[in-house]
Design a protein around this ligand. Sequence first.
Ligand SMILES: Cc1ncc(COP(=O)(O)O)c(C=O)c1O
Length: 460
Amino acid sequence: MSPPALKTAAPTISSSLSSSHSRSQTTSRSRLDQVASHIDPTARMASTTAFNADVVPQAPEDALFGLMAAYRRDTDPKKVDLGIGAYRDNNAKPWVLPVVKKADELLRKDPDLNHEYLPIAGLAAFTSASQKLILGDESPAILEKRATSVQTISGTGALHLGALFLSKFYHTKEPRTVYFSDPTWPNHFQVFSNVHLPYKTYPYFKKETKALDFDGMISTLEGAEPGSIIVLHACAHNPTGVDPTQDQWKKIADVIREKKHFPFFDTAYQGFASGDLAKDGWAIRYFVEQGFELCIAQSYAKNFGLYGERAGCFHFVTASAADAESTVQRVASQLAILQRSEISNPPAYGARIAATVLNDKELFADWEADLKTMSGRIIDMRKALRSKLEELGTPGTWNHITDQIGMFSYTGLSEKQVLKLREDSHVYMTKNGRISMAGLNTNNVEYFAKAVDKAVRETE
Ligand SMILES: Cc1ncc(COP(=O)(O)O)c(C=O)c1O
């Protein structure tokens, strides 16, 4: 699309004709220029921009948002959306959590509610409750004041703030390298490279077993430059749905300690994965208990269904030490400056909803029930899909569908099969074979299983 300035510079046929009539004194050279620019208007306009294609090349469309647009354009009534990473109910509709509706009512009835700015670090009732939620109520890091938290623009904003902080304050002469799982949530690459942190990957998913490549992961972490930043998905790994076991987490922690790496947890699915908040927070709590200094990016998009409200939190936790409290205070002061320069202060609504629920015993219990509704439906869909594929005798093994956890399943379908599913059956999923389990329901799971069966058999 042309920038508006260029559009106004382009003469219309009628205006350029009438102007050439009226200016009878113009030199033939300028007339020629006018004709040339008329034939090829870009010839005259190209020189007006400092942002030509060499400087600002056309960027590719975001793959996931492109997929969503293609799904919306498809008019087939049988179409199935398995791309979107957002919960859908059994009628394939977005679901406002009942507890969020309750909190919303309470907020709207609050006579003291206003629309003033929040503090730079966000709503204190939200950040303190967020700490407790992820670290545990009785976490020594909270009791010993070794944690500081900043409300962010959802999980992405928390990742960005953490990445920015590390790029500024955690380096040798050279920037440290960040390690992501292979594969990972694709936005990780952009968020960290935007702040000039070089990245590498560690093996994570083994195609043959459709499970964790634990040995590959460990040996890469062992061989990484000491002090590297290791990004870890706390639970419900996106895109694979494969998490380490608790024993494997312990070994991962050992290697990170030995190599003096810096763990950076991304937690976007606490409570959404298993329905149990403590279970889904176990890895982070274990690392904190083991005395690591670490960062956490926490999102409330999925577990509260507050996708568009952008409620999230960044936490920095330092190890137990005599100067821990002052370390945390210094870190907090710098985080405040970074936040102020980027967003000034965070948005209020989503944080108010979450804080209302997190700080009220009854509402908290309601929320846990809602989490069970969402995670339970997804677990049921995993079981249904696996059993339908097994009933159909679809070539391959399908136990990974129920072994994996959370919103996503890495089906093992090839790109060719994914495209076939889209063309033949109007099923939309990412090219890497990832499906959002939330897009399946009792009305479409059989249709999808049959579509997969057909695609697998016809591409064998
Ligand atoms: C692994 C992971 N991290 C972070 C996010 C951040 O999401 P948001 O910025 O919507 O909270 C997501 C969302 O899909 C995710 O899957």
